[in-house]
Design a protein around this ligand. Structure first.
Ligand code: NAD
Ligand code: DAU
Length: 363
């Protein structure tokens, strides 16, 4: 097998960070298959434009003919599946796309990967006993449902209890990946990660939304009482965890990935405001915190997520490099330094979404 990997969803937030890191570290060729939905953005990949080791393909993970062609042509040694509809609020407004991509799309992808792997085994029977090929499925902590204030953090054996159409669709895809290992022996790995933040984060999500609204003098919308807890991980740490699991993870296993950074939403946004007050003080001397606005809550809003990433540390030696304090500062600096990216991403379809989600939603 060549030193080529196929990445799906590599023009999105986490996928593009993963591809940039992979190419910049000289780890081999990346075939990047992305549908370029509203969340996919080729500007995220500007830094590797023209690099012969990055081959972008505009297409859908549900397109079996395209997948068969790509697999036969490029013979990847691994597939990393990031492609998904990823925003919980959008899944509440319209679950259909989530079922199509996250469930049906993953199923079609798995079917073509199964055929590809069978062909690898036919050509080299040792591949069955000691597979070199890997299919790594990128999933979320949201499949485990919600925690009470004193519940222990999610481990890999926590039962699945998804609460939103998004998390239900991701849970379904995780189950399919698991079944393809147990039934067909497909060499799979699954990672379940907590909330990411960092460069190229699309500003429909809490941190980039509030950062850009703060700078634009707009309200910072806090759902409900703002005491919902998420476990934040800097995106580059998620990417390093995926590389480590790809390299050394045990086939058929799942690995929880998290930052040991449980924070209430209100605290996260207040921290953002404090950093902005320091790096980009307002002309009138007031704090960005004055823009905090409580709005109506998300339906079915999960109260708390927390990841226990002990298995990944104990078995594979992975630990995050960033604390929340260092990662959030880097994130704010990146947004302040990348105004061109921000301007382009906040035009067009983005405005329609913001109007639909936030107009008339004051608490
Ligand atoms: P994102 O929404 O920023 O990007 C998704 C990418 O997938 C986009 O580039 C989009 O164009 C592409 N895509 C969507 N449907 C497609 C299809 N049918 N075929 C091909 N490409 C398609 O998402 P993200 O935040 O980067 O998340 C990536 C993955 O990581 C998702 O599977 C998500 O469930 C998972 N995840 C995200 C987080 C997080 O905090 N963002 C945390 C844990 C896990
Ligand atoms: O936990 C991992 C998940 O994290 C990923 O699987 C998802 O793909 C990703 O979108 C993210 O989901 P969340 O729903 O946790 O992220 P979001 O940024 O949308 O919201 C974070 C928290 O902030 C959540 O409790 C809802 C709240 N929130 C969000 C928005 C957009 C607000 O209070 N106001 C807002 O305007």
């Amino acid at each position: 097998m060549k030193n080529t990997i196929l990445v799906t969803g590599g023009a999105g937030f986490i996928g593009s960070n993963f591809v940039l890191d992979w190419i910049n570290a000289g780890l081999g060729t990346v075939i990047n298959l992305d549908k370029l939905t509203y969340a996919g953005n080729l500007e995220n990949l500007e830094d590797i434009k023209g690099n012969p080791n990055h081959i972008f393909v505009h297409g859908d993970i549900g397109d079996r003919a395209l997948l068969a062609k790509l697999l036969a042509e490029h013979k990847p040694r691994a597939i990393i599946n990031f492609a998904a509809e990823s925003h919980v609020d959008r899944s509440i407004h319209g679950p259909e796309d989530f079922i199509q991509t996250n469930v049906v799309g993953t199923f079609h992808l798995l079917e073509e990967v199964r055929a590809y792997w069978n062909a690898l085994v036919a050509a080299n029977p040792a591949e069955k006993e000691n597979p070199q090929f890997r299919f790594l499925h990128v999933s979320t902590d949201e499949v485990y449902g919600t925690l009470g204030p004193t519940d222990p953090a999610f481990t890999e054996t926590t039962p699945y209890a998804p609460n939103s159409p998004y998390s239900a669709s991701k849970a379904a895809s995780d189950h399919l990946v698991r079944a393809y290992h147990h039934t067909y022996g497909l060499p799979v790995l699954t990672t379940n990660c907590s909330n990411n933040y960092g460069p190229y984060h699309f500003p429909e999500k809490l941190i980039p939304l509030c950062l850009l609204n703060a700078l634009a003098g707009k309200p910072l919308p806090i759902y409900g009482d703002g005491q919902q807890i998420r476990d934040w991980l800097f995106v580059k740490d998620h990417c390093s965890a995926i590389r480590r699991v790809l390299e050394a993870g045990k086939l058929g296993e799942t690995y929880n990935v998290g930052g040991w950074n449980e924070k209430a939403n209100l605290d996260v946004v207040q921290t953002l405001c404090s950093i902005l007050d320091e790096l980009k003080p307002k002309a009138d001397g007031s704090s960005y915190k004055e823009q905090l606005t409580f709005v109506k809550d998300r339906p079915g809003h999960d109260r708390r997520y927390a990841i226990d990433a002990t298995k990944l540390e104990r078995e594979l030696g992975w630990k995050p490099a960033e604390t929340f304090d260092t990662g959030i500062r880097k994130t704010v600096e990146w947004y302040l330094q990348n105004q061109g990216w921000v301007n382009n991403v906040t035009s067009g379809e983005y405005r329609n979404w913001v109007n639909k989600q936030y107009s008339g939603s004051a608490a």
